[in-house]
Design a protein around this ligand. Structure first.
Ligand SMILES: Nc1ccn([C@@H]2O[C@H](COP(=O)(O)OP(=O)(O)OP(=O)(O)O)[C@@H](O)[C@H]2O)c(=O)n1
Ligand SMILES: C[C@](O)(CO)[C@H](O)COP(=O)(O)O
Length: 245
């Protein structure tokens, strides 16, 4: 018998415990259907489509963990991948931390992927994993901005807001998920950084560790508002025509 340690594995943590307030009333966002299949199942399949991902941890709405387990059992998913469900928290940050707590010791690379980005292509997932395996401690997929961006002095809704600056758009990127991390670095970030953040990479930035960007994909957009549901269903319809599924 060999004494060699088993190869370090990659896991994807999927925070799916948000309510989806901006999407409007209804079931928690991750459980809403896109062309008849819950958004979360699309997101799980997107992670499991990568042959490098051997474990997917779904962070479910706190009162919905049993329902999410049933959903995973009821849908066809790649058998080479393991699936775990844990209840989430009050904020995205807390939900991700609860997902990280569930990881077994042999996981070396961690992806954090929004359930709300159900259509990310597998090539983007693989590019993020490869960059981490090549030595980056934190990797973020991102796309250039289509709009000019203004920094403003925020005012109450509807009130005109004074413009403070127009940042150089060429140096800005809109950040997506999955974000990929060396496990130790991400755990340290979640143990150390407090306060409100909107993504995991910014926690690593606060540690003073380097974060790099790789190309994202326009289909990795986040389903946030009602119009995004229309776009997501249109993308799925196009895939059915071009890819046959
Ligand atoms: N307490 C929370 C809040 C958010 N999320 C997850 O984080 C991802 C990105 O969050 P966002 O798109 O903002 O989702 P919501 O918080 O549900 O949206 P909203 O702000 O409109 O309520 C989503 O997959 C969401 O389910 C989570 O797991 N736990
Ligand atoms: C993580 C994220 O999707 C990267 O763009 C984003 O920051 C999540 O923000 P939200 O306010 O939770 O939608």
């Amino acid at each position: 018998m060999s004494d060699a340690a088993p190869p370090a594995r990659t896991a994807a943590v999927i925070p799916a415990a948000g309510r989806g307030v901006r999407l409007g009333p209804g079931a928690p966002k991750a459980l809403r259907a896109l062309n008849g299949t819950p958004m979360l199942i699309h997101a799980v399949r997107a992670m499991a489509a990568s042959r490098a991902v051997s474990l997917v941890v779904v962070v479910a709405p706190p009162e919905g963990a049993a329902e999410v387990k049933n959903l995973l059992d009821a849908h066809a998913l790649p058998e080479r991948t393991d699936y775990l469900v844990v209840p989430g928290g009050e904020t995205r940050q807390e939900s991700v931390r609860l997902g990280l707590d569930a990881l077994p010791d042999d996981i070396a690379t961690v992806l954090v992927h929004d359930a709300a980005r159900p259509l990310v292509p597998v090539d983007t997932v693989d590019a993020v994993i490869e960059a981490v395996r090549d030595g980056a401690v934190a990797v973020v997929p991102a796309v250039p901005l289509a709009d000019t961006v203004k920094q403003v002095e925020p005012r109450e809704k509807g009130e005109p807001e004074p413009v403070l600056a127009t940042p150089d758009r060429a140096a800005l990127r809109a950040v997506q998920t999955p974000q990929g991390f060396a496990r130790d670095t991400l755990l340290r970030a979640h143990r150390t950084v407090t306060g409100n953040v909107t993504d995991d990479a910014s926690m690593v930035e606060q540690l003073g560790e380097p974060v790099v960007v790789v190309p994202g994909h326009e289909e990795a957009f986040k389903v946030t508002r009602p119009l995004d549901l229309v776009l997501a269903e249109a993308v799925l319809a196009r895939r059915r025509v071009t890819d046959g599924f």
